[in-house]
Write a new protein. Structure first.
Length: 254
């Protein structure tokens, strides 16, 4: 299938899908690439009428259900891809709820499990901060998290027929590829874009969009790889610096 065979590419998904669409615009510049965060934003009748000229990429389980998507499956080329959730670099990051509502704090809905434990036990700040050390992390299983998350991510990619070893083996063996547990960095999004186009039979004009496109997700929550965990994973760059938004008052340490 030649580049440009699909005149239109529609991406349905969350913020990961938005970044994927940005990559696809560079990779297939002759195609009209649209991103839809909500089904209500899309004119699915128009998408259906485009028929075989339309490639639809649907993030599962974020956008995979409902009559609109089922209608698209009958008229267009539809490929599903997984929503990435990966805690291998950030095993302490949790999103707790109270009465089914996410608890908000300095980093939005993102919290430290250790800090929450210290709070619930009535520890002061110094006593809680003292828990951030290697022996505690080992007891909590934080050093096993990357291998466990690698297996889970491989399973999700394989489930959708997207586990390309040439793409993902080096990625999984390399440096941190997540800003937090649900926001991938560009190398992962770029790899996902490549395997999706390969599955669709599209030869991209450009294969490595991560070299050219801005990483929009860095403008949101960036959770650090703790120094002790970085050393355990043979990574550089470990530190206790947390970002909620990329402005000075929202960047702080432990």
């Amino acid at each position: 299938m030649e580049q440009g065979h699909f005149r239109n590419i529609a991406v349905f998904g969350n913020c990961q899908g938005s970044q994927l669409a940005n990559c696809l615009r560079l990779m297939v510049p002759d195609a009209n690439v649209e991103f839809f965060r909500y089904l209500a934003d899309a004119d699915t009748t128009d998408l259906v009428n485009r028929g075989a000229r339309q490639l639809v990429l649907v993030q599962n389980p974020i956008m995979s259900f409902g009559p609109q998507i089922e209608a698209l499956r009958k008229a267009c080329k539809v490929i599903e891809f997984p929503a990435v959730a990966y805690g291998g670099f950030h095993p302490d990051l949790i999103r707790p709820k109270r009465n089914k509502v996410l608890i908000k704090g300095p980093l939005g809905s993102n919290h430290s499990a250790i800090v929450l434990y210290g709070y619930l036990r009535g520890f002061d700040e110094a006593a809680t901060a003292a828990l951030f050390r290697e022996d505690v992390f080992r007891i909590l299983g934080y050093f096993r998290a990357r291998a466990e998350c690698d297996e889970h991510l491989r399973g999700k990619l394989d489930q959708f027929g997207l586990l390309d070893e040439a793409e993902f083996t080096p990625l999984l063996a390399g440096p941190c590829f997540m800003h937090n547990t649900i926001h991938p960095k560009l190398p992962l999004i770029g790899a996902l874009a490549r395997v999706l186009l390969d599955k669709a039979g599209v030869s991209p004009f450009l294969r490595y969009p991560e070299n050219l496109t801005p990483d929009d997700l860095v403008n949101n929550v960036v959770w650090p790889v703790y120094p002790e965990i970085a050393r355990g994973l043979n990574l550089t760059g470990g530190e206790y610096v947390f970002q909620f938004k990329p402005v000075k008052r929202f960047i702080f340490g432990l």
